[in-house]
Each structure stands twice: as structure tokens, then as C-alpha cells.
Design a binder for this molecule. Structure first.
Ligand SMILES: C[S@@+](CC[C@H](N)C(=O)[O-])C[C@H]1O[C@@H](n2cnc3c(N)ncnc32)[C@H](O)[C@@H]1O
Length: 200
């Protein structure tokens, strides 16, 4: 008889207790520190007239904070389990009518109008996502994006610097980009390998 080995799943204990196993393949590093979540949302300087795009709302910790300030939130999430969580979270609240959820891969999704983007993005798709956003029309005001530290450093790298690359050139041709906040690994439920940073 063949020896069948149990497949190892990387499950975060607390979330497993709540019934959801975070999926590493979808970059599900969930922010757990409410102060950091609020700091990120504040960096967006949301206006009451804003339609905000959030990529990967996850369980909705950041989504509800954005909903408190924006006219509308469009949240694009690939994982139907997290979509269900988010729907449950807003059901019967004042936020229900302000939230539109797009279920699927953001890269393959045609995005409707938005004028601000705030997201803790799945790191696997950082590069194609940045270009999708930069080529989106009509042009939006600002994107506040949490990305991995080295990726952010490449985004802002200047000629002659070690991390200067094609990504730096192309992004800086299309937008002004700055690193605005460094977020330690301990602020996440499934700790990412390198500390993320926020860039806009
Ligand atoms: C880094 S987590 C952020 C979760 C939550 N917004 C937070 O800050 O705690 C990335 C989220 O993006 C979702 N995701 C991964 N790949 C995606 C894709 N291609 N399109 C849309 N959502 C995606 C994941 O399921 C997960 O919810």
C-alpha cells in the first residue's frame, strides 16, 4: 500500500477557529492592528464624494473603515469564502448599499469608475496590478497601496541606485510615487516574509 502523507496546510490558528483557513497562494496576510488599518485609510484622505476601489478586502477590516468615510466602495476579491464573510459583515448595516463587491481576479476584471484606491494588495500580483491601475482611465486621484518592502523600494528607486529597474522607470513615467509608511510584520495575522510598506 502506498504511504499517504497528510498534506500540510498553513493555517492560522485563530482564523481556523473562526472557520476560515487563510490561503498563502492568494497572499492572504490579514492586517490585525486597527491602528495601522486606520493609519492606512487616513493616508487616502477620503472625501465624502469618493468612490474607493479596494483590491482584496479579505474579511473587511479595512473595508468598513473606508465605508465610514466614502460615498461608495468597490471591493474586488478572488476568494468566495472571504466575499461571504464581507457580505455577512455589512448585511443589515448602513454600509450595505454603499458596498459593491466584484468577485474574481482583479487582473482579469474590468474595473468600473473609481477616483481613489486603497488596498493591502496580494503581493503575488503587485507588478501587473500596478500597471493595470496606472493604465486605468479615467485617471484616479491617488492609490495608497501596501506592498512588500523591496517592491516599494524598486518603485521609488532612482537611476544609479541598486534597485533601479524597468519597474522604477515605467512607474515613475506614469505617476509620482512615494513611500509613506513602514508596517512591521507583527501587524499581520500570517506574517509576510519581508516587512511591507505603503506607497502612493
Ligand atoms: C494581503 S490580503 C489583504 C486582506 C485585507 N484587505 C487586509 O488588509 O487585511 C490580500 C487579499 O487579496 C485577495 N486576492 C488575492 N489575489 C487576488 C486577485 N487576483 N484578485 C482579487 N483579490 C485577490 C486575497 O484573497 C486577500 O483577501
Amino acid at each position: 500500500m502506498p504511504k499517504v502523507k497528510e498534506k500540510k496546510t498553513r493555517v492560522h490558528d485563530k482564523v481556523a477557529m473562526q472557520g476560515i483557513q487563510f490561503n498563502k497562494d492568494f497572499g492572504q496576510h490579514i492586517l490585525k492592528n486597527p491602528l495601522i488599518i486606520q493609519a492606512i485609510v487616513d493616508k487616502g484622505c477620503i472625501r465624502p464624494t469618493d468612490t474607493v476601489l479596494e483590491i482584496g478586502p479579505g474579511t473587511g477590516n479595512m473595508t468598513v473603515k473606508i465605508l465610514e468615510q466614502a460615498k461608495k466602495v468597490i471591493a474586488c476579491e478572488i476568494d468566495p469564502r472571504l466575499v461571504a464573510e464581507l457580505q455577512k459583515r455589512v448585511q443589515g448595516t448602513q454600509f450595505q448599499t454603499k458596498l459593491e463587491i466584484l468577485i474574481g481576479d482583479v487582473i482579469k476584471t474590468s474595473l468600473p469608475f473609481f477616483n481613489l484606491c486603497i488596498a493591502n494588495i496580494p503581493y503575488q500580483i503587485s507588478s501587473p496590478l500596478i500597471f493595470k491601475l496606472l493604465l486605468h482611465r479615467p485617471v484616479f486621484r491617488l492609490a495608497v497601496l501596501m506592498v512588500q518592502r523591496e517592491f516599494a523600494q524598486r518603485l521609488v528607486a532612482k537611476p544609479g541606485e541598486k534597485l533601479f529597474c524597468r519597474l522604477s522607470i515605467n512607474v515613475q513615467l506614469l505617476a509620482r510615487v512615494d513611500i509613506i509608511l513602514k508596517v512591521g510584520k507583527n501587524n499581520f495575522r500570517r506574517r509576510p516574509r519581508s516587512s511591507p510598506v505603503l506607497s502612493d
